[in-house]
Design a binder for this molecule. Sequence first.
Ligand code: ARG
Ligand code: ZN
Length: 883
Amino acid sequence: MHALSQPAAQGLIRLRDYRAPAWRVETVDLDVDLGIDASEVLARLLLRRDPAQDAPLRLDGEGLQLLSIALDGRQLPASAYRYDGSVLEVDGARDGSVLETLVRLRPAANTALEGLYLSGPRESGFLLTQCEAEGFRHITFFPDRPDVLSRYTVTLRADRTRFPVLLAGGNPDGAGELDGGRHWARFVDPHPKPSYLFALVAGHLEVIGRDYVTADGRAVQLKIWAEADAIDRCHYAMDALERAMRWDEQAYGRNYDLDVFHVVATHDFNMGAMENKGLNIFNAKCLLAEPDSTTDDEYRHVEAVVAHEYFHNWSGNRVTCRDWFQLSLKEGLTVFREQSFSADMNSAPLKRIEDVALLRRAQFPEDAGPLAHPVRPAQYSEINNFYTATVYEKGAELVRMLAGALGRDGFRRGMDRYFARNDGRAATLEDFLAALGEANDTDLTPYLAWYAQAGTPRLKAHGRYDAATRTYTLTLAQHMAGVATAEARPPLPIPVKLALFTPHGDMLPLHLDGQTSKPATEQVVVLDRAEQSFVFTNIATVPVPSLLRGFSAPVILECDYTPDELALLLGHDADGFNRWEAGQQLAARAYEDLRDSTAGTALQAWCDALARLFDHAVIDDALLADLLTPPGEIELAERETAIDPQRIHHLRQALQQRLAARLGAAALRQRYAALAAHTNTELDASSQARRRLKRRALELLALLDPAGAGELAAAQYRAAPGMTDRLAALSVLLRGDAPQAAAALRDYRERHAGNALALDKWFAVQAQLPGEPALERVRLLERDAAFTLKNPNRVQSLLGAFVRNNPSGFHRTDGAGYRLLAERLVALDALNPQVAARLATAFNGWQRLEPLRREAARAAIVELAGHHGLSRNLAEIVDSVLN
Ligand code: ARG
Ligand code: ZN
């Protein structure tokens, strides 16, 4: 083997080092001979050379077994090429040359689930591929980078009995019989695409179909494929797909562009789903749904992910990314599009609450610790580690700000321009901002700073009322925690949507000084300097500002509200999101009162305001359930240094107990009974809302009357017509340590023994039981016959749920949680580096733990870091976390 002088073979890949490819591939002909143990891939590449560069032909190929290689029809001698296991260098290629390589793959031995692999048992499972980000190089030799767009023709051959279904992206282009019980099928994709969007699927699969006609008149066959035991759970996804396709036509004028659209479900998948052109592949948990095993939250998730992957057909596939630094160009944009879709399909304020809660739970902590990175990172070692909450969720918030700045019509105009100008191209974030801006004669480049800075900005707000002049001056200032100098970072444009309320809860008309347009009761001001004041005139009384309405910018608001002011907003803000937001702020203050044993008024104000809403208000049941839920333990921890997760858990419990006591056991019981009278499994908004509030009422009641709530939960468990009610009851029984818990757990296990997704929830609900005993339970569950490190969903449901969603269980003072994680990471890493690396991010934030735990965590991470042979994926996370 010859050493190559590849600059990027090791170490960091940097955005600033980007160079256009020296070689492109115009057409790809793949001939794949499929087998479980061995598959062979013959690739014929028509090469195009950039005349301005004279680099030799170098192709990516990861651990491939090369069987033969030919250039322009001639077999190459060993002296004419070099392969070091990662890069193939070939001599003598010219513009227009055709390179043919034949490689052998081992799908059944591929536990990393990247490239071509087997899902399910070897006798009955099926073969599939996952290429994003760099999986195609595990399949064949190729310039495996997203700015190389090629037209693909794919021919699959296989034994007909073992692989009756053969699928690849693009339009079907013939199929037939071969000798020896074999058959073939060909697919041609007319749309040039990057290699990460390639996919194939082969095996025993059932299908449901639907005919669809696009707004521009194309007849499309929609097909969802799943294994026999799952196909009946695909109907909801089919409906969701049709809704998503219609929505993209109406909201963005985007039509589907092939004659078929395939969706496939697998139980073995590293991520949620993948938008391969014409052949989306889904983790079963993001696709399958039926009332008996799917919760309401999961139904909405399925709808959202189906839409997300479909929307990628334009935001990602037709317009793709120049390089992986631009990942948020497709992911942030597509998350934003999916959020808008979900808001239209369901309740907009509830969707916003859900998304902001996720941002705070997942992205803010990421942005506050050693794994923080900009939405467009400047460098990486392993790109798979950058499919993060920052790139996805914060990225979506940035698009939301841009959309808000342009307004509904302006954003649509800008998006039309973006799609038109970049169709068939590999674009950058600059291209995106340029198209949006130019279509609206406005300069959006100041927003680029948002893409380049890590960290969550803080927005300080201070209001001053002057009775004499009847003016209200709102002073806004921005700063970044831990960043002293303003020079280091340019100020960000921060759109602040706001309203002013009278002490009676009415909105005031807003006259911004010097502004002529007619006053509205809600307005956006943009803070684009370090500090700025806004003067509102004609204000008759001291107002209460409602700031950052709808979460108009992804910042942490610091405002000197009194508890009464927050209670006023909680009680009166007409916007559901801001009402919730005021409640969250007030609850956090109440929590701090409890924690510091200060005699503050926040606790009383919070409880009183919620009691009023609970007793009297005409308010949506689901929103009420969310209002009755204080910020989670992870969010509360974000406000602290020297974090003690167990103390946080107990304080949050105490906080909820105070709320429950204020509402009263009788009222909670009564509300529960009223809601329980309408039990069903319908998915309409009010049925879902009733189930949500019913669960919340039961959880609060359990804090006052454990035995009574246990009885109700046991009855609810037995009578539950669907998974939402069943899982809620099981969780209440387990958390209350109710005598009925063990029987319910056994019953659930038996009832859902054959359903992997339902079983995942059985593991997860136990892994999330708070406190020290959780660890022993996790160890016990690891020995369960159904547990395996080989299935990412199962790993996530037990270990992921424990280390990520159970702070008081994971963060033990003796460090046993950290050691367990470190040990499992080593074992997992040998099987599946992507999943190991993602799990390892649970160590993020250890520096802010109180000293005892901090030292224990550090010791476990150092030990892990010293382990030989960690994957690049895991090593990058561990090294970053330590520094
Ligand atoms: N593009 C996929 C999505 O829809 C995610 C694929 C991520 N794959 C990976 N190996 N990190 O979000
Ligand atoms: Zn995506």
